[in-house]
Design a protein around this ligand. Structure first.
Ligand code: ADP
Ligand code: ZN
Length: 818
């Protein structure tokens, strides 16, 4: 009987596709293996098998697969189930989830190859210059890749020349699969079979008396083998025998040595066995862990609410140890930016080789290796520490998931789909595995804290710092008054300057926080008022003094700083507002002898740039570190006595229902970098609104007060946690079309979901990369079904897409938008 498979293609298709397979292929295949399949005109894609069955598709003739790519399952059943949940919940396709979930090396794609057509007789005189160049190259090389042709003709657009060559039947195109992952092979040598016995070896050495270099190598190999009783790497033999590559090669050629290769991992931590004993917990940590365990026993997701520097990490370590003791896997999730060598080194001290790290700065190859190690349950991947994408690894037996800094926004994927929240998706995954789930934070999200209050989640807390160091002393400084009294030096109040001086005198380090990069966000002509705008986005260009440039922070567009105003020509440009660059510059003028560093998006682009700054600061190569919110993520510096917040107001004035919560979290976290060891730390917060409730709550460490106020407001205005929200974004290059389309959609929504639709509204930056954006917010009250609402929205989208002028509008869903 003819057999079929349903496959998931890594592209946004609503339905799975069905392909025909032979009986023999069907016997080999299992859900979770990859196959290469033809799709569209001539493309070949990698797809994931989801089902094997006997039902031919009704709407089309099933094509045959190209080939089977795996000998075993690389995605397990739990993963498929979890990914389907993500697709359903976050309103995207399972193909989009697969595309995000699998390391890209697993997703082979066809790559066009250009071949010579051997059946055409070519008259070289008929060829144009560029055609001849390609033709000639094909005489020496059997196939060319697109980018190679591009180099040969020294041009990007090579379609015209390829088309002409195709018309003249001089070339052929071939779609070929291209394997991206190449395992790393290490060369080993052993003594050839015939020389294994002592007599034979002696005879061999005798025969080599006239080749002293060769006999030296043979002896060295013999010795190495006796000493290590392990396979010998060629590189080790080279070192030990002082032998050149040529000598070893001639021995291999003669059959005296035998060469072989072994696949090895690129990411090895040889020799880093867990050396350190796990720290004894303090009394407060111990009490917290008892609470946690009690909630775990009742199968509850649990929040560990521990103030900054209370030693949450040590509690996690203890829980991980317990998980390993019963032989299960542990996953430790962190926001990307908090995955520092600082923290990883700390955990390696305890668990050594059992830890694998997985995040976006890892290469394609390294990601595949971690994937395979988790898949085959290698002990070196028993603990995975990683950013949100590590949720997708092929765990088979998760016993513990820790979501550290659970309040972090960056856990929510913004673009592309799936727009999932890693904390929430982790809870679903944990439940599928029967794992224990711990969320940790010094400033929990309102949602999570609410869940503990209604008894849905367990709650444990540590309300004092390790070593009983006092919480930092936070002082609000009114810069409105200081400005009026002309007491400001640049952007520094007298209070802040005094504190900086004191700290420097005591040899303490200082962190200054300004949540804006560049020199100034606005450049303005003092004569005519004109300020340079981005041509692609509705936003003014930020001045970056370091490069003498104006830059768009949305699309990257940049121009050299103009000499005068573009509009009136007067050389009277001035700046408004300030960023980290300006703070850095003012500091170096105020404190000439002090070493100042800067940590923001611009200074941390390279692979290890971020690490280098942290290490330099740790080793006291800088006195003051100026930075954006990157500074707030879980860093543990020993010697910081003072934290200064240059301007808290920019955090308060966001048109967003979470702005206040976020402001509280950011300021509390950045304050938490002060005074982590012995002495109480000092924090100066500069603001024009010293009486703002949120700032008072930050300064008195009043989390509960913040929670109560925010919950009340959110209930009033029907936001989460009581209500759910789905944000729908409409995107198109034509302003009018976005307007009309979003109006149409919102009206249709209002017809069925009365009273809970906001918008359509333009966001503050209404055009990005020449695309206009408009939002509609759907609020779903607790009594209404979330899945039914989503189904209604999908039905509306169907009618919407049937209207021809709306077809090209992109509709983007963001479920639980934050
Ligand atoms: P948090 O994650 O809550 O901010 P950390 O886990 O980074 O706090 O702990 C702060 C500092 O206190 C770290 O340097 C840590 O090594 C130290 N520390 C915490 N708990 C203990 C303990 N029980 N014994 C020894 N040192 C501890
Ligand atoms: Zn732009």
């Amino acid at each position: 009987m003819q057999q079929f498979i349903n496959v998931i293609l890594p592209i946004p298709l609503e339905k799975l596709f069905t392909y025909a397979v032979s009986e023999a292929e069907a016997d080999l295949l299992l859900p979770g293996m990859r196959v290469a399949v033809p799709f569209g005109k001539s493309k070949i894609y990698t797809a994931l098998v989801s089902e094997i069955h006997h039902n031919p598709p009704t709407a089309y003739e099933a094509k045959e697969i190209d080939r089977i790519l795996d000998g075993q399952v690389i995605v397990n059943e739990t993963q498929l189930k979890h990914w389907q949940w993500i697709a359903d919940y976050y309103m995207c396709t399972i193909g989009e989830v697969v595309r995000s979930a699998l390391p890209s090396a697993f997703l082979l794609e066809s790559e066009t190859l250009i071949l010579k057509n051997n059946y055409t007789a070519v008259d070289e005189g008929d060829l144009k210059d560029d055609e001849f160049l390609v033709f000639e190259a094909l005489q020496h090389q059997s196939a060319l890749k697109v980018h190679e042709v591009s180099t040969i003709v020294d041009r990007k657009n090579i379609l015209p020349v390829l088309n002409r060559l195709l018309e003249k039947k001089i070339i052929l195109l071939k779609e070929e699969l291209h394997e991206q992952y190449r395992p790393k092979l290490v060369r080993y040598v052993a003594l050839g079979e015939t020389y294994r016995s002592e007599e034979k070896l002696e005879a061999l050495l005798h025969s080599l008396t006239r080749a002293p270099k060769q006999s030296q190598v043979v002896l060295a190999l013999f010795q190495l083998q006796a000493e290590t009783k392990k396979p010998i790497k060629v590189s080790d033999l080279e070192k030990a025998g002082g032998a050149s590559k040529a000598v070893i090669k001639s021995l291999i050629d003669k059959g005296i040595l035998r060469e072989y290769h072994i696949r090895t991992d690129r990411i090895g931590y040889e020799g880093t066995e867990g050396k350190e004993e796990i720290k004894a917990l303090t009394e407060h940590q111990q009490l917290a862990i008892e609470d946690i365990q009690r909630h775990f026993d009742a199968n509850k997701v649990t929040l560990l609410h521990g103030v900054t520097s209370s030693g949450k990490t040590e509690v996690y370590v203890k829980l991980i140890e317990d998980c390993l003791a019963v032989g299960r896997q542990a996953l430790y999730l962190l926001p990307e930016i908090a995955l520092t060598t600082q923290l990883i080194a700390r955990l390696r001290h305890y668990f050594g080789e059992k830890i694998s790290v997985y995040h976006s700065k890892y290469s394609i190859q390294e990601r595949v290796e971690v994937w395979n190690n988790v898949l085959t349950k290698k002990s070196k991947a028993q603990i995975v520490i990683g950013a949100r994408s590590s949720l997708f690894l092929p765990f088979s037996d998760l016993g513990l998931i820790i979501v550290d800094e659970e309040h972090e926004d960056s856990y929510k994927q913004f673009d592309p789909a799936p727009r999932y929240h890693a904390r929430d998706a982790a809870i679903v995954l944990g439940n599928m595995h029967g794992a224990k789930i711990l969320l940790g934070s010094a400033t929990p999200s309102v949602e999570t804290f609410y869940n503990t209050r209604i008894g849905k989640y367990g709650y444990a807390s540590i309300d004092r710092r390790f070593g009983n160091v006092l919480m930092p002393d936070i002082e609000l400084v009114d810069i409105k008054e200081q400005t009026r009294k002309k007491r400001m030096k640049g952007h520094f109040s007298e209070r802040l300057l005094t504190e900086i001086q004191d700290a420097l005198q005591l040899g303490e380090q200082i962190i200054l926080f300004q949540n804006r990069r560049g020199y100034a966000p606005i450049v303005e002509c003092t004569t005519c008022g004109h300020s340079p705008q981005c041509p692609n986005c509705d936003v003014s260009l930020t001045y970056h003094q370091y490069r003498k440039e104006l830059r768009c922070h949305y699309c990257g567009h940049h121009i050299a700083l103009p000499e005068g105003c573009e509009a009136c020509g007067n050389p009277t440009l001035d700046t408004k507002g300030f960023g980290t660059e300006q703070v850095e510059q003012e500091l170096s003028k105020l404190f000439a002898e002090v070493k100042v560093g800067r940590m923001d998006f611009d200074t941390t682009r390279g692979k290890y740039a971020y690490e280098k700054i942290i290490t330099a600061f740790e080793q006291r190569e800088m006195d003051i570190l100026v930075g954006t919110q990157m500074l707030t993520k879980g860093l543990d510096f020993r010697n910081v006595g003072l934290v200064g917040v240059m301007n808290a107001d920019s955090l308060l004035n966001f048109p967003d229902y979470r702005a206040h919560e976020r402001c509280f979290q950011l300021l509390t976290q950045v304050s938490g970098r002060a005074g982590r060891t012995k002495k109480r730390g000092k924090v100066i917060v500069q603001t024009y609104n010293p009486y703002h409730e949120i700032l008072k709550q930050v300064s008195t460490n009043d989390y509960e007060g913040m929670f109560k106020d925010q919950l009340y407001e959110r209930q009033q205005y029907r936001y989460p946690p009581n209500n759910r929200i789905i944000k729908i974004t409409f995107k198109h290059k034509e302003y009018n079309r976005v307007n009309e389309a979003s109006e149409w959609f919102a009206k249709a929504l209002r017809n069925i979901l009365e009273g809970s639709i906001l918008g359509p509204e333009f966001p503050p930056v209404a055009r990005i990369r020449n695309q206009y954006l408009k939002h509609v917010m759907v609020k779903i009250p607790p009594r209404r079904s979330l899945s039914k609402t989503k189904a209604s929205i999908k039905r509306i989208e169907k009618s919407f897409k049937a209207i021809s002028q709306y077809r090209s509008i992109r509709v983007i869903y963001n479920v639980d938008h934050i």
